[in-house]
Write a protein that binds this ligand. Structure first.
Ligand SMILES: *Cc1c(COP(=O)(O)O)cnc(C)c1O
Length: 361
C-alpha cells in the first residue's frame, strides 16, 4: 500500500477505517432480495438528511453525472446558470455542450448568489430551469439557499436544480420545505465516503417535467430511477460498496446526532477562519457567506503554497489544497468537513503554523 496521506483537501476527503471496511463488503447480485434489503435500509436515513418524503436515488457516477443529467431531464426552453466559481461556471459550459439554450447570472468569484439578482433574471420569463451551487467549493462561498428558494417559489414554472455536493449533511438543507426540484450531492465530500456515487432527489414537479422531455437519455433518466427505486433497485448495476459504506455512515451520523454534526462543522469553520485572520491572512469569500465545510484563505502573506503543502506532506503526512483554477496559489483551501473533529483541525492548524515558520512567516 502507498503511504497514507491524510486529505484536508475539499474532496475527496479522508475516509474512516470503519467506512472503508464497510465499502469492501462482499458483493451482492444487484437484482437480489438481499440487495433490495440493503437499498431499503439506506434510503430512509438519506431521506432524513435530504429532509424529504420523496425517494432518494443512487447514481453510479460522480456528481457531474447528475448535474449533466438533470439538465437533460428538465430543460426544454432555456436554463439560467448561476455562476460564482469554478463548478458553477462549468455548469453553464455543460448546458451548452448538451445543446441547451443557456444564459448566466454571473457574479465575482468569492461572492454568493443573492435573491434580488436571481429575481431580476427570472422575471424576464425566459427560463424554465435554473442551476445553483449552494456551496461553491472553489471559493468557499455559500449562497443563502433559503432566501433564494423564496424567490424560486415565485416562479413555479421554473425547475430548480441545486448542487449541495460540499454542503450536504454539514448543515440542514430541507428539500421539501425549500420547495426546490432537484437536489444532488456526491459521496466523496461532506459525507466522507469514497468517490463514485452521487445521491439525488426529485420533486413531483420535476418528474412531471421530465416526462415531457423526449431526449433525456437513459443512464440519468429520472423516470427510470423512480421506476426502479419503487422496488429498491437502480436502473443499472450500481457501485454496491457505496451502499454498505452509506449504511455505515448513516449509523455514524445517527450516533453523533445530526445537530451535533452541524455544530461540529460550525465550530471547525469558526476555528479555521479565526486562525486565518489571526495569522494575517484574509478570507476569500465575502463576509457573512463563508462556507461551513471548507475555508478558502486569501494568500495575503504571499506564502509559498506548494512548499507549504510539500512540507505538510513530508513532515505530517497530510495535505491541504493549493487553490482551484484561476485562484490557485492566490488562495489555499482547508477542508473541515466529513468526520473531522475540532481537535483534528486544531492539530492541522498547528502543523501549518509549524511549516510556515520554516518560511519565516
Ligand atoms: C466537487 C464538486 C463537484 C463535482 O463533483 P464530481 O464528483 O467531481 O463530479 C460539483 N459541485 C461542487 C460544488 C463540488 O464541490
Amino acid at each position: 500500500m502507498s503511504q497514507h496521506i491524510k486529505l484536508f483537501i475539499p474532496g475527496p476527503i479522508e475516509v474512516s477505517e470503519k467506512t472503508l471496511r464497510a465499502f469492501s463488503s462482499p458483493m451482492l447480485g444487484h437484482r437480489s432480495k438481499d440487495f433490495q434489503a440493503l437499498y431499503a435500509s439506506v434510503e430512509p436515513g438519506l431521506q432524513k438528511l435530504f429532509y424529504t418524503k420523496q425517494p432518494v436515488f443512487f447514481s453510479t457516477s460522480s456528481a457531474w453525472g447528475v448535474m449533466e443529467g438533470a439538465l437533460r431531464n428538465v430543460v426544454s426552453k432555456k436554463v439560467l446558470n448561476c455562476m460564482n466559481g469554478a463548478f458553477s461556471d462549468k455548469w453553464f459550459d455543460v448546458a451548452t455542450r448538451c445543446g441547451k439554450q443557456a444564459d448566466s447570472l454571473k457574479v465575482e468569484w468569492g461572492k454568493p448568489i443573492l435573491p434580488e439578482q436571481l429575481d431580476a433574471k427570472l422575471k424576464t420569463g425566459e427560463f424554465d430551469a435554473v442551476t445553483i451551487i449552494h456551496n461553491e467549493t472553489s471559493t468557499g462561498a455559500m449562497s443563502p439557499i433559503y432566501e433564494l428558494a423564496e424567490v424560486l417559489r415565485k416562479y413555479p414554472d421554473v425547475i430548480s436544480i441545486v448542487d449541495t455536493v460540499s454542503s450536504f449533511s454539514a448543515l440542514p438543507i430541507e428539500f421539501d420545505k425549500l420547495g426546490i426540484d432537484v437536489m444532488l450531492t456526491g459521496t466523496q465530500k461532506a459525507l466522507a465516503l469514497p468517490p463514485g456515487t452521487a445521491l439525488f432527489t426529485v420533486s413531483e414537479k420535476a418528474f412531471a417535467k421530465a416526462a415531457t422531455i423526449k431526449d433525456r437519455g437513459y443512464y440519468f433518466d429520472f423516470i427510470e430511477f423512480r421506476k426502479n427505486g419503487e422496488s429498491s433497485m437502480t436502473p443499472s448495476t450500481p457501485s454496491i460498496g457505496h451502499f454498505y459504506a452509506l449504511k455505515s455512515k448513516l449509523e455514524d451520523i445517527e450516533a453523533e446526532g445530526i445537530d451535533n454534526r452541524y455544530a461540529r462543522h460550525q465550530a471547525n469553520a469558526k476555528l479555521t477562519r479565526e486562525w486565518a485572520k489571526s495569522r494575517g491572512f484574509e478570507l476569500f469569500a465575502q463576509d457573512g457567506y463563508q462556507s461551513v465545510s471548507l475555508t478558502c484563505v486569501k494568500n495575503a502573506l504571499n506564502i509559498d503554497v506548494p512548499k507549504l503543502n510539500s512540507d505538510l506532506k513530508s513532515k505530517y503526512s497530510c495535505m491541504i489544497d493549493g487553490g482551484y483554477g484561476k485562484i490557485k496559489g492566490a488562495t489555499f483551501r482547508i477542508s473541515h468537513m466529513g468526520d473531522e473533529s475540532t481537535e483534528n483541525i486544531k492539530k492541522l492548524l498547528g502543523w501549518i503554523d509549524d511549516c510556515l515558520k520554516a518560511q519565516g512567516k
